[in-house]
Design a protein around this ligand. Structure first.
Ligand SMILES: Cc1cc2nc3c(=O)[nH]c(=O)nc-3n(C[C@H](O)[C@H](O)[C@H](O)COP(=O)(O)OP(=O)(O)OC[C@H]3O[C@@H](n4cnc5c(N)ncnc54)[C@H](O)[C@@H]3O)c2cc1C
Length: 458
């Protein structure tokens, strides 16, 4: 029997795409989608589902695709995943559902579950499928703080069940990292907007430019709402505290990406300027670092380096993103750590030391150890720090009873209740920087618990 290999999605050519902000991956066309869907063996035990943090019914939705019904496929996915067009694009499927696919090693590679999910979701967006409105209204009012994936999925689950939900968002646009962090070339903003519009149709209200802990305090929300969900993310950048970090030309990846994505700083008429680097060094090797590097390239940089203290094997970014960055010409300086940023007022370079890998550390990864005397200077005129983020302490500082860990993440119990009665939390604010699907899973879990408590009360 001839084994059908995993189908590849179409992509923009790497030379062309490195100069524009349009989406890199073009997804499957119908013919390729059908070939790929047919590769799914429809396993009764569905090992793939165990790898999905929200338990999407994977063989069922792929069966609907095989039957030529992408809208039905989308409906099945939406039972447990409120943002399939987003997850189909940015979820790390290769270490989740696709990792457990029985075809992975011997039968031409795992089924491309993420790309199939995207196909179904895009078909529904194109067909302008409206959300099913709840038949009855509940006497349940919930305030959601933050409009990232955690807040949106919490709001969606509640609104679908008839609760009255208001989302409070600090920025002038809803979507969290989906709009201010992940660039347009990976996740078009129009997709996030459509998802938010469908929540509005379900009756969810959005109060933008509203900072909880400043505009309103948590206790004020508790006076007006039955429950509060905090999904405020982890948007506070971490720096290395090395000499030169406050020179002109050093950005945190967070600020850099926010200026470009949310404030459209690359446009001539933008009110928020951004420096365009000619030679850019991005420190770190997660998804955020890849996004910053590829954005710097699209802004016109002649050379972009990724500077990372471990080896390629330990890089935390998704394999696809690393490959895309490589194809676009980003140069990886691995086993290399910055020790100083050089310059008088403006960045002129970065002093690095070479590293080797020693014994595994607490994370299980081999610890990078500096090689004495191996320092060298890498000339550049912009440095983007992308070594992690932590939760913003604003809400915690304005509500002292809110317990946090030593890393500043909010402490919650198994039901995601915080140390304050009627206040839940989830997503990056609890876990530290993680993934879209985990944040969504948390938002939904908290919503389910609120609905359960409401049902017990009635
Ligand atoms: C550049 C980048 C690329 C990434 N790439 C991927 C990827 O490819 N795949 C993946 O799975 N994950 C990726 N992630 C991680 C993922 O985006 C996050 O794990 C996820 O967005 C967390 O969701 P959240 O809802 O908890 O927080 P966020 O998305 O951070 O949303 C929190 C929201 O709360 C708002 N807020 C904060 N404080 C307040 C306040 N006091 N009052 C009102 N509003 C407030 C913020 O403005 C924000 O809009 C990436 C992250 C970044 C930064």
């Amino acid at each position: 029997m001839k084994i059908v290999e995993r189908q590849r999605v179409n992509e923009q050519d790497s030379v062309i795409r490195s100069k524009n902000f349009e989406e890199v991956s073009l997804g499957f066309d119908e013919e390729t989608m059908l070939i790929e869907a047919e590769r799914c063996l429809g396993c009764k035990t569905a090992p793939c589902e165990k790898g999905c943090p929200v338990g999407v019914k994977i063989p069922d939705f792929i069966k609907a695709l095989k039957d030529g019904d992408p809208l039905k496929a989308n409906e099945i996915i939406k039972e447990t995943n409120s943002l399939p067009a987003v997850c189909g694009r940015v979820c790390p499927q290769e270490i989740q559902c696709e990792q457990l696919c029985v075809r992975k090693n011997k039968l031409g590679g795992s089924v491309a579950i993420g790309a199939l999910e995207r196909y179904a979701a895009d078909a529904a967006l194109k067909a302008n499928v409206k959300p099913v409105k709840p038949t009855k209204k509940l006497d349940l009012k919930v305030a959601v703080v933050g409009s990232g994936p955690a807040g949106l999925s919490c709001a969606g689950e509640l609104a679908m069940n008839g609760a009255q939900v208001t989302v409070f968002e600090a920025f002038h646009k809803a979507g969290g990292v989906l709009v201010y962090g992940i660039p347009e070339f990976r996740l078009p903003k129009s997709i996030v907007e459509k998802e938010i519009d469908s929540l509005k149709e379900l009756g969810v209200k959005f109060k933008l430019n509203t900072v909880i802990g400043k505009t309103f305090y948590l206790e004020e929300l508790l006076d007006e709402y039955d429950y509060v969900f905090i999904g405020s993310g982890a948007g506070l950048p971490v720096f290395m505290n090395i000499k030169g970090e406050n020179l002109n030309g050093v950005y945190s990846a967070n600020e850099f990406l926010t200026r470009v994505n949310l404030m459209k700083a690359y446009k001539e008429d933008s009110v928020t300027p951004i420096q365009r680097g000619n030679v850019v060094a991005v420190v770190g090797a997660g998804n955020v670092a890849m996004d910053a590097a590829r954005t710097a390239l699209r802004l016109g940089a002649q050379k972009v380096y990724i500077v990372y203290r471990r080896s390629r094997q330990e890089m935390p970014a998704r394999e696809d993103e690393i490959e895309h960055a490589e194809q676009e010409g980003i140069e990886f300086r691995l086993l290399t750590n910055p020790v100083e940023i050089l310059g008088k007022e403006k960045v002129e370079g970065i002093r690095c030391i070479k590293m080797e890998l020693g014994e595994p550390d607490q994370s299980g990864r081999r610890r990078p150890v500096p090689i004495q005397g191996s320092e060298y200077d890498l000339p550049c005129d912009q440095v983007i720090m992308s070594i992690g983020t932590s939760p913003n302490p604003l809400i915690k500082n304005s509500a002292k009873e809110l317990k946090t860990s030593k890393w500043g993440t909010l402490e919650v119990d198994d039901n995601l209740l915080t140390s304050i009665d009627r206040v839940y939390a989830g997503g990056d604010a609890v876990t530290g920087s993680a993934t879209v699907i985990l944040a969504m899973g948390a938002g939904r879990k908290a919503a389910r618990h609120m609905l359960q408590k409401y049902a017990e009360r009635e």
